[in-house]
Design a protein. Structure first.
Length: 834
């Protein structure tokens, strides 16, 4: 019915959109020419409208028939709504949801109708003004009089054109008024139908509030009450069951399609299709594995049972869907089929997720830990299809939960060592859900317990899909992305060595999937599952109100609701991805630019100053997120300004040192110090590994991590060893015996140190070639000649170079026969005579 009404209004929109093709008349050469053009346009418009009048009449008849059907449906809905008993919650919520949907559909379909009526009013008014102006042209027609004494009468051709314009304008007005009259006649019926639906909708909203209280806040019959008067509750349940499913529904003269034979027939049909789907899936899967080479692989053979289940589920869903398409007017069959298809789709997703994530030897164990809650879900769907009375739910649901809870506990105990940890966590959550639902049922909230169970089944399905998607993304990264990363590293080795995040141009998409999309989907799965679970029991209206209605609404305007919390959380994961992404792209861009400008095409990591830029990007990105979050919860800006002023005044003096460190940190990050620089401060030497607004961290040469406050670096006059050329002056003392040939010593040492004069991993010479290695006389020592081997060495190579150089010098001098004197000292003992 909804689609039919929508198609009728769409037809009206298309019809009216093409029925008035009157083109506007602009300034022509003169009035006679304007009249000729106007006559042509009016004639064309009238011809088009006359040609489409038959189609319009057909649409009018269809609209009238749809209106009559809408009136009958509204009357039927009203009778169904007002006849529902309060103790039959499933029946009541179904009626409430049907009335709510019909009223909202009526309002949506009413909008194009009212828009078309306004369009006709404007067109009629336009043609009335056009006719009046045509009559006022001299010679004047009718009662219109021109007060200007000088008139310029139209010539014969123009008079004829004016008469034709008046004729077509009158015919168009007549046709448009007839169209409008038909719409207005139906409009009165729409108003009466709308009043009836509005009253039913208001009643439904009031009953929804009552249902919400009965489910979530007001306890019904708890365990103590049931046990205290158990015979009466059993008798009430028997009466309700007899009234709903008793013999009278099969033998009476008037039979409802929601009870009796049709329900039994539907049950047999479901059983038949389920049996047929199981047999066909066995034949198909086993046949494929025997005859098709592709399916003979162990990956399929070891998953045969799960594949048969998946195929049976798909075939059953397909059969129910085809059968549903051929019984469009049976409301019970439509409702029941939709629920079965929806739940079968859940089973399909769970089985597909297990096939994707599990190894062949783990599948059976995985199925066992999920089977209890899935079977319970089938029973809950059966409760909903049969509109089980509240009295039967109160008696039978707690024992069911006890049985399924024990089954779930046994399944966990037997299979906990054979399944992945995440699935074991899901299984324990399922057990906790069953225990919670049992507690709710015993305290009189059985309907809420049912809602919790069906919500968890939907939530479990979505989480299974997310885990499967994560597994696919991980496989995609390992199979394709890592291959592209390796190719990128080979193609741009210096870019990757200087900046570790340079591969972002290759990995940004898969990073988005892992860092942003998967967490966002996990967060949004909660409200999505709640909505799906509420739709099963026709409680969508309550779920939407609870989701969007603010539970915190202060007088100052701050509003907080579940929807805003989920929105802010989702944005957090998005901005968490954007911040490093922008940093990486900026760093890669700047590094490429520096490499292009570098004479040798090599850039060391400490030559790239990204600290300040990274901090600015982080402040901008997260500042934007904070502003958006405050806007979402509608925090007034006036309050923020007052708080900011108070903090500035009260904490300004107390935060003096912090502010000093902050400004010193900005100065350091602006270029005086970069991550990767080697510094020396207060006798401590190391490599800078981090700079923030309060302190600078260095990796000291002894392996410890030290932090200096930014103000300390300035007060101690730190030394940046790599700020200039990344080279450090290193003197190596060498002592040779007196009498050694100095030139020979120089040659020996030069030859010994020649292997150390090579480029490092970034292409830079370890020993500065412009200075080289110089050997000078340092003075006359007590034991020999003191020489100094002078060179400028890369700062990060200092300690390894000194160790290698000393070893090579010692070895070379020994091989050349040049003696290194031992320390000698003459000791004279003076004896005092007595």
């Amino acid at each position: 019915m909804k689609k039919k009404i929508f198609s009728i209004f769409l037809g009206f929109c298309l019809l009216f959109g093409t029925a008035f093709p009157l083109g506007a008349v602009f300034n022509e050469r003169d009035l006679p020419h304007t009249l000729r053009v106007l006559c042509f346009e009016l004639e064309k418009a009238y011809s088009d409208l006359a040609r489409k009048e038959q189609a319009f009449n057909a649409e009018t008849q269809r609209q009238h028939a749809a209106l009559l059907q809408l009136m009958r449906d509204s009357e039927e809905m009203s009778l169904m709504l007002y006849s529902q008993q309060q103790d039959f919650t499933f029946d009541l919520t179904y009626a409430l949801q049907q009335v709510t949907d019909q009223y909202r559909t009526f309002l949506e379909n009413r909008k194009p109708y009212e828009k078309r009526l306004r369009y006709l009013d404007v067109e009629i008014e336009r043609y009335e003004h056009l006719s009046r102006e045509l009559r006022s042209l001299p010679p004047v027609i009718g009662e219109v009089r021109d007060t200007i004494p000088v008139q310029t009468p139209l010539d014969a051709v123009s008079l004829k054109n004016r008469d034709q314009c008046l004729y077509y304008s009158a015919r168009l007005l007549e046709t448009l008024r007839r169209f409008r009259s038909g719409l207005v006649d139906d409009s009165a019926q729409y108003e009466r139908t709308g009043d009836r639906l509005r009253k039913a909708y208001d009643y439904a909203k009031a009953r929804y509030d009552i249902v919400q209280k009965s489910i979530f806040t007001e306890s019904q019959n708890n365990l103590v009450q049931v046990l205290a008067d158990f015979p009466r509750f059993v008798e009430q349940a028997f009466r309700d069951a007899s009234d709903k499913y008793g013999r009278a529904n099969f033998t009476g003269a008037v039979r409802s399609e929601w009870r009796g034979p049709k329900v039994i027939g539907f049950a047999f049909m479901v059983f038949f299709y389920l049996l047929l789907a199981t047999l066909l899936s066995n034949l198909v899967v086993r046949g494929l594995m025997k005859r098709v080479t592709f399916f003979k692989k162990p990956a399929f053979q070891n998953r045969k049972f799960t594949l048969i289940l998946l195929a049976a589920t798909l075939l059953f869903m397909l059969a129910i869907g085809i059968w549903k398409a051929f019984v469009p007017e049976a409301n019970f069959f439509q409702m029941a089929s939709s629920l079965l298809i929806e739940y079968t789709l859940l089973l399909t997703f769970i089985l597909a997720s297990l096939l994707i994530r599990y190894k062949a030897d783990e599948l059976d164990n995985g199925l066992r830990i999920y089977l209890p809650v899935l079977v319970l879900g089938i029973l809950i769907i059966a409760f909903r299809i049969l509109f089980l009375p509240n009295s039967l739910i109160t008696l039978f649901f707690p024992p069911l939960l006890i049985g399924f809870g024990l089954w779930q506990w046994v399944a966990i105990r037997k299979n906990r060592e054979e399944v992945p940890r995440i699935d074991l966590s899901f299984a324990w959550i399922s057990f906790a859900v069953l225990v919670s639902s049992l507690a709710l049922s015993l305290f009189g909230f059985a309907l809420l317990g049912i809602q919790v169970c069906i919500w968890w089944i939907f939530q479990l399905t979505v989480l299974q899909l997310v885990r499967a998607a994560r597994k696919i993304i991980l496989h995609y990264r390992q199979t394709w992305v890592n291959k592209r990363v390796r190719a990128f590293r080979i193609k741009y080795p210096y870019l990757v060595n200087a900046y570790g995040n340079a591969t972002v141009s290759v990995t940004w998409f898969v990073d988005f999937l892992e860092i942003a999309l998967v967490p966002i989907l996990t967060v949004l799965s909660i409200p999505f599952s709640v909505f799906l679970a509420s739709r099963v029991f026709d409680l969508t209206e309550i779920a939407v109100n609870m989701f969007f209605h603010p539970f915190l609404n202060t007088a100052k305007g701050i509003q907080l609701s579940a929807s805003k919390i989920f929105l802010a959380t989702s944005l957090f994961f998005l901005f968490r991805y954007l911040a490093p992404l922008i940093k990486s792209f900026y760093g890669s861009y700047k590094l490429r630019k520096m490499i292009r400008n570098s004479p040798n095409g090599h850039v060391h990591e400490n030559e790239v100053n990204l600290t300040l830029a990274n901090n600015v990007i982080a402040i901008l990105v997260w500042g934007t997120y904070i502003i958006l979050a405050l806007k979402i919860v509608k925090v007034p800006t006036g309050s923020l300004s007052v708080i900011t002023a108070g903090l500035a005044a009260g904490l300004g003096f107390a935060m003096k040192d912090i502010l000093n460190n902050f400004f010193y940190g900005v100065q350091l990050m602006s270029g005086r110090l970069r991550v990767g620089d080697h510094i020396e401060c207060d006798g401590v030497r190391g490599k800078v590994i981090g700079i923030n607004y309060q302190c600078t961290q260095i990796d000291a040469v002894d392996g410890s991590i030290m932090a200096f406050t930014n103000s300390t670096l300035f007060s101690k006059n730190f030394k940046n060893l790599t700020r200039n050329r990344s080279y450090e002056y290193i003197p190596l003392p060498v002592t040779v015996a007196y009498g050694s040939d100095m030139e020979e010593v120089r040659k020996v040492i030069q030859r010994a140190l020649a292997p150390l004069q090579h480029p490092d991993a970034y292409g830079r010479e370890v020993v500065e070639p412009g200075y080289g290695i110089k050997i000078t006389m340092g003075g006359f020592g007590d034991n020999g000649l003191n020489l100094v081997v002078k060179q400028h060495v890369l700062v990060e190579e200092r300690f390894s170079y000194i160790a290698k150089a000393n070893e090579m010098i010692y070895k070379a001098l020994n091989e050349a026969g040049i003696r290194i004197p031992l320390p000698q000292r003459d000791v004279r003992i003076k004896h005092d005579r007595p």
